[in-house]
Design a protein around this ligand. Structure first.
Ligand code: ADP
Length: 483
């Protein structure tokens, strides 16, 4: 139960509107409580000091009269009695007059007359020191006033003491009334501030709530438009909206490209199958098919199956090489030997078009690479250079390195790439001339695979091409792999 309460309070305090509410409430009420307390206590101090000085002045006057009327020597005086009576009535107090023998000769309460009154204050007062003490708990001020007379030599000596206590009830009553009024005002103020704090807390957090609600609607699928910035938004919430909209935009691009990819894949995979079906159907439709025709059709079917197989192999290579999930099996590879091996494998294809393939390198280059993936890169680029070449053309592969990177340029004397197509060539399934590429067995995935493999090695690929003259692909890969 206690734990639940603690959790509830903690959760409440984490809420922005609760915090704003509490801040406004405290800022509004605490100063007024402080002001009330300090005003009342300074009023009390001032009232006590005024009362003390009023009473002491009167006591001094009476003390002088006591000497004048020889009151201490026992002469009764109605004037003194009336003065004492007036003082006690006025301040609801008690006056004791003590003679030099510490004997009480007058008590306005009539209780202690004839008794002795020896206290520290009285003794100090006989030494000429008048004392005033305020007893806040019991609500009175105690004063000792020396009664001084002149000796023949003109010196003054203390011949008696007046011990007076006056009540502070009237002051306390005033303080109580003041306190009560201030409290009523304060409660009214707290109610107003409470209402103001709750309204302001709601107003201040409204833009944040609006953004949260809008994001929630997008999340739940009720809205897929960008969130609009309202004029009442804070700069901060505006930033949240902008960032969220940018994120949504990126997700949409990703989603679009994923959908396009899936559509492309299905289309590419269906094309060879459709051809195979047409070929097989037409064979079946003819009653007497000559073995030669059979053979011709079957050869076409095999070509389509090979094509399907290549698309699937390329797709798998691409998926495996997904930048985020792919893993490299890095080892120290002699790039010269690897390139020679790839070129040896591709030369027969080049020979069919009478394309000459040459390899140039002035140094032995060894690098930490994934051999299988780098083979895919080089063979795809050289294959393209052969495929998109002219009859009797050439392909030149040159390898070089510095202390950090190795570079490989694959140049050809081929058909080149139109300028407006260059930015698209790395897109999956993109082909400059779809039918030509299909004829020569292209899938549109080769450059996407090559680029991904290069990026996985933290390398880069660049292309420069002149239509009708030729193309050069340049790759740059670090010699030492850094994960
Ligand atoms: P494909 O399997 O069709 O060759 P790629 O991804 O390897 O797919 O290449 C994409 C397109 O870029 C090709 O269809 C082709 O039009 C163009 N291309 C690639 N390399 C060259 C090159 N060396 N010369 C001319 N065009 C090229």
């Amino acid at each position: 139960m206690w734990l639940k309460c603690k959790l509830f309070v903690r959760n409440m305090l984490r809420r922005m509107n609760v915090r704003i509410f509490l801040i406004i409430l405290c800022a509004g009420t605490l100063p007024s409580i402080g002001i009330r307390y300090s005003i009342i206590s300074s009023y009390e101090a001032r009232a006590i000091s005024v009362r003390t000085s009023d009473v002491s002045i009167q006591l001094k006057i009476i003390a002088n009269h006591l000497i004048t009327y020889n009151y201490l020597q026992g002469s009764p005086s109605d004037v003194i009695n009336a003065e004492l009576e007036q003082l006690s009535n006025l301040y609801d107090g008690r006056v004791l007059i003590i003679n030099s023998n510490f004997r009480v000769i007058k008590d306005t309460y009539g209780i202690s007359e004839g008794k002795y009154a020896i206290s520290q204050e009285v003794i100090r007062c006989f030494k000429g020191e008048s004392v005033a003490n305020y007893d806040a708990r019991n609500g009175y001020i105690e004063l000792t006033t020396p009664i001084q007379s002149q000796t023949k030599d003109g010196e003054s000596m203390v011949v008696g003491v007046m011990l007076t206590s006056v009540s502070t009830d009237t002051i306390m009553k005033t303080i109580e009334i003041l306190n009560h009024r201030a409290l009523v005002l304060e409660i009214l103020m707290i109610i107003v501030i409470f209402l103001m704090a709750s309204i302001l807390a709601k107003l201040f957090t409204a833009p944040i709530n609006r953004v949260t609600q809008a994001i929630g609607e997008v999340k739940d699928g009720y809205a897929d438009r960008p969130i609009e910035v309202s004029h009442s938004d804070y700069v901060e919430t505006e930033h949240i909206i902008e960032t969220f909209n940018a994120l949504m935009g990126r997700m949409k691009v990703l989603d679009d490209s994923r959908q396009e990819f899936v559509a492309n894949v299905s289309h590419e995979l269906k094309t060879p199958i459709a051809s195979i079906k047409v070929l097989a159907d037409s064979l079946l439709a003819q009653p007497d098919v000559s073995p030669e025709l059979y053979r011709e059709f079957l050869e076409d079917i095999v070509t389509e199956i090979d094509r399907e197989n290549k698309i699937i192999t390329d797709l798998l290579a691409l998926v495996k090489m997904d930048k985020t999930t792919g893993e490299l099996k890095v080892s120290l590879v002699n790039i010269n030997e690897l390139t020679e091996l790839i070129l040896k494998r591709l030369r027969p294809i080049a020979r069919k078009q009478d394309v000459e393939v040459v390899f140039e390198s002035n140094r032995i280059v060894e690098a930490q690479v994934d051999e299988v993936k780098l083979t895919l890169v080089i063979s795809n680029l050289v294959e393209n250079a052969i495929k998109y070449n002219k009859l009797h053309g050439w392909v030149k592969v040159s390898l070089d390195a510095d202390h950090q990177f190795f570079t490989m340029d694959i140049s050809d004397s081929g058909i080149g790439i139109p300028e407006d197509a260059i930015e698209h060539i790395y897109e999956r399934f993109y082909r400059v001339d779809k039918s030509h590429s299909r004829e020569i067995g292209g899938t549109g995935l080769g450059l996407a695979i090559a680029r991904n493999a290069i990026l996985m090695h933290r390398g880069s690929i660049k292309v420069s091409s002149v239509e009708g003259e030729g193309t050069t692909f340049s790759i740059k890969i670090p010699l030492n792999y850094v994960a």
